[in-house]
Ligand binder design. Structure first.
Ligand code: TYM
Length: 380
């Protein structure tokens, strides 16, 4: 089983974009992989450091949303980032090898500074956001990072930082399993010659690679990678639209929350933008450019989608009717989630215990990576 890691910032209750872009995928992945899912509270501080009065409640809300969505602590590890100090430890170590220019050119750095002018994001912490995210990820040596489209650039810089780390600090040198015992001796003999030290026996990976390169070997060799480059896992809806047609996002105030009541869901969907060319009820619409239809594809049955497409293109139905059908699908999808939320809201001690146990498990896994990292960096 490979490992999987992902996280979400506690900036409020989770919405359908978080769910369809990531969380619902996590619920599936927990059955197949060794999964670590966390609440990125430090990341919330990189932008919202001035007013932290809601932070604790927001962390709680995300924990409740995780559990209500179906993350099962028996199958995956759920924890709060700040409860595992190794995240900052690896962050600081990776900071030694990360060029400033890499961080400055991450698109969200300039974009968010522009968008969130009132927050003063000319801080060390905000510049370091993608570095901390890289540390979050690499700390668990995962194969996959399941996130929405907007996080792709962050996983890309994670891969670059991992590559730089691995080339500076390669892991152990190995000959292929079929190598004859004398082959390693031959490599060492060559390494002694290169070093001009006939008695030397302790060689680092760089020295062994160089020597192996210059030795006629029957077998190949490889170098163990300490921080493997992870891959992004996207869902079929990596950029779910909100009620104004833009990407669903808390900062656009266009969200439908996993915990919204049925009347809230219905009234929010009623205001949702549609095909702008369909002005009057009699105009035929084009579902392929309509954000409401994008949501139908996610939340409605094939049959309802077919009915909506036909009604829209022939002007047989109005947008209000189409949105009503969509609301039925959303309400139905959220019912089991909301039922679980009520359970966990009523059992706060159980949630505390899940998070405490998750932090213990995550810290234990993080310690394995940190031990390898310290060793190859030369700290021990
Ligand atoms: P955050 O908290 O902004 O978003 C959480 C997850 O939800 C996805 N998402 C969406 N997917 C599809 N459509 C949408 N409209 C939509 N809106 C949000 C995001 O892509 C994300 O997967 N930097 C991260 C948090 C983080 C992290 C990490 C993630 C910190 N460390 C390590 C992965 C690994 C963030 O701010 O996500």
């Amino acid at each position: 089983r490979g490992r999987v890691l992902s996280g979400m910032r506690p900036t409020g209750r989770l919405h359908l974009g978080n769910y369809m872009g990531a969380l619902y995928n996590w619920v599936k992945l927990q059955h197949e992989y060794e999964c670590y899912f966390f609440i990125a509270d430090y990341h919330a501080l990189t932008t919202d450091y001035a007013d932290t009065s809601n932070l604790k409640q927001n962390i709680r809300d995300v924990a409740l949303d995780f559990l209500s969505a179906g993350l099962d602590p028996g199958l995956c590890t759920i924890f709060i980032q700040s409860k595992v100090p190794a995240h900052f430890e690896l962050n600081d170590l990776l900071g030694m090898i990360t060029p400033l220019s890499w961080l400055e050119r991450v698109p969200s750095y300039k974009d968010q500074q522009e968008q969130l002018k009132e927050k003063d994001l000319a801080t060390f912490g905000f510049l370091g956001y993608p570095l901390l995210q890289s540390a979050d990820i690499l700390l668990y040596q995962p194969k996959y990072v399941p996130v929405g489209k907007d996080q792709e650039a962050h996983v890309e810089i994670t891969r670059e930082i991992a590559r730089r780390f691995n080339s500076l600090y390669p892991g152990r040198f190995y000959l292929d399993a079929n190598a004859a015992p004398w082959e390693l001796d031959a490599v060492k003999t060559k390494a002694r010659k290169i070093a001009k030290q006939p008695d030397k026996d302790d060689f680092n990976t760089h020295e062994l690679v160089q020597a192996a390169h210059q030795t006629k070997l029957k077998s190949g060799y490889f170098v163990e990678t300490i921080l493997p480059e992870p891959e992004v896992l996207l869902t079929p809806s990596p950029k779910l639209p909100g009620t104004d047609g833009r990407k669903m996002s808390k900062s656009y105030k266009n969200t439908i929350l996993l915990s919204d009541s049925e009347p809230e869901i219905r009234s929010k969907l009623k205001t949702m933008v549609t095909d702008p060319a369909r002005i009057r009820r009699e105009d035929p619409g084009n579902p392929d450019v309509c954000p409401v239809f994008d949501l139908h594809k996610v939340f409605s049955t094939e049959e309802t989608q077919q009915k909506a497409r036909e009604g829209c293109t022939t002007a047989g139905i109005g947008c209000i009717e189409c949105k009503g059908w969509l609301a039925d699908g959303v309400v139905k999808a959220l019912a089991p989630i909301q039922e679980r939320r009520r359970y966990f809201e009523a059992n706060p001690a159980e949630v505390d215990a899940i998070l405490a146990d998750g932090a213990t498990r995550a810290a234990a896994r993080a310690a394995i990576t940190m031990q390898q990292v310290r060793s190859v960096v030369g700290l021990e």
